[in-house]
Design a protein around this ligand. Structure first.
Ligand code: TYD
Length: 135
């Protein structure tokens, strides 16, 4: 059980174009402190190969598609995001890596904390040590 969760967001369909939204209190299990986005990813590249100690995140494929590969030290799971009205909630303490970005894809990430380099666990073996699961 990684604790990751896909959350469906409102979709207001309209023949002028659709509209979706999220509100921190209603749709996201944390208070938003920061947003960043990943774009112009060259074919075959991956981003975000790390874990966080404290921060929670919510990831949306605003445009195009990509995969979010999750690992809690015991179980691995792949979420393919390709709709802008679904977001993936990730609690702290998960190894996560994003890959398979389609051309012109845009990943929006909202986070429960401001940027803090100290919150990062970089390196998979450090992550396993952190989880108390080093082989
Ligand atoms: P990082 O999260 O390490 O991305 P990836 O794991 O995909 O390589 O971020 C890359 C760089 O961007 C790093 O030097 C820190 C900087 N950065 C910020 O300054 N603020 C932010 O909110 C984020 C996410 C990154």
């Amino acid at each position: 059980m990684t604790g990751a969760k896909l959350i469906q967001l409102p979709k207001i369909e309209d023949n002028r174009g659709n509209l979706s939204f999220f509100e921190s209190s209603q749709h996201i299990p944390f208070k938003i402190q920061r947003a960043y986005w990943i774009y112009d990813v060259p074919g075959g590249h991956s981003r975000g190969g790390h874990a966080f100690k404290k921060q929670h995140e919510f990831i949306i494929a605003m445009s195009g598609s990509f995969d979010v590969n999750i690992d809690d030290g015991f179980e691995k799971k792949v979420y393919s995001l390709n709709r802008s009205y679904y977001g993936l909630y990730l609690p702290a303490g998960l190894w996560r890596e994003m890959d398979n970005f389609s051309t012109n894809s845009l990943a929006l990430v909202v986070s429960s904390t401001e940027y803090d380099d100290e919150d990062y666990i970089r390196g998979y073996s450090s992550f396993l040590d952190y989880k108390g699961n080093a082989k």
